[in-house]
Design a protein. Structure first.
Length: 272
């Protein structure tokens, strides 16, 4: 059963949590209410030990068009308050980026500005053929916010990130896939089915191993080799002691199929 909020719904399907933005009339512009509702849901997702994945999507043919410019233009704030407002975004956005679950963005329609960066914060982006991505900030004389400076160059490289930010041009799903932003492209009517199928593959994965792998990988490009080795040793020590690992080893010894085998699941999903 879906929980309905002002700007989104949250529901659980099996072992997958689903956040769906619900203001298609404004293409899910990121306003204060939406930020607060995402921030309120994330601790619950983190605390739910039964979950193995999270899908983030938008309704009505849009993902997120970025900040709510109309609402921002109507607010009167001292200049220093804008700096504080942007800084506060990162309290929940950093938590989303580092959520120790596989996070899948199912992007249909525009993912612009902050919406583009919401997609980049996920681990896997599945896009519809009508998806559009844009670091649109330069069109209105702004710089990227909501983690764009951190995320985009790590995904597409520094030179391409400069091009996308400084031109503020949009790109379609196929080009985004070529750049490594998008993993899969689907027809709009098949997007959510594909996202759920992808998410369900993690149902029998080790939440501990997947979560710790993500946490360390997220730090790998700005952490030195010795520090990464220390994190690796700590993570592997915990995983070696887990019931999941012990059960997987016993399955291997008993010549039984492993619970989590992506190759086997891929072969099973292929049409005959």
């Amino acid at each position: 059963m879906a929980e309905t909020f002002q700007t989104l719904t949250y529901e659980i399907h099996g072992r997958t949590g689903v956040i769906t933005f619900t203001r298609p009339d404004v293409r899910h512009a990121l306003d204060i209410a939406m930020r607060e509702e995402i921030a309120a849901i994330l601790p619950r997702i983190r605390a739910n030990r039964d979950l193995r994945s999270l899908i983030i999507t938008g309704s009505g043919g849009a993902f997120c068009a970025g900040g709510d410019l109309k609402a921002l233009s109507e607010e009167e704030r001292p200049v220093d308050m804008n700096r504080e407002r942007i800084a506060l975004l990162h309290t929940w956005f950093t938590e989303l980026s580092n959520l120790e679950l596989p996070v899948i963005a199912a992007v249909d329609g525009p993912a612009f500005g902050a919406g583009f960066n919401l997609a980049l914060a996920s681990d896997f982006v599945l896009a519809s053929t009508r998806a559009r991505f844009c670091a649109v900030f330069g069109r209105i004389g702004l710089v990227p916010d909501l983690g764009g400076f951190f995320l985009l160059p790590r995904i597409v490289g520094l030179s391409r990130a400069k091009e996308l930010v400084m031109t503020a041009r949009s790109l379609g799903a196929e080009e985004a896939r070529d750049l490594g932003i998008v993993l899969e492209v689907h027809e709009p009517e098949a997007l959510m089915e594909a996202a759920f199928a992808f998410a369900r593959r993690f149902d029998d994965a080790s939440r501990l191993a997947a979560g710790m792998s993500k946490a360390i990988l997220n730090q790998s490009l700005h952490t030195d080799q010795r520090a990464l080795a220390d994190q690796e040793a700590m993570a592997q020590t915990l995983c070696l002691a887990s019931d999941y690992h012990k059960e997987a080893v016993q399955r291997f010894i008993d010549k039984q199929p492993l619970a989590f085998d992506w190759d086997r699941m891929t072969a099973k999903d292929k049409p005959a």
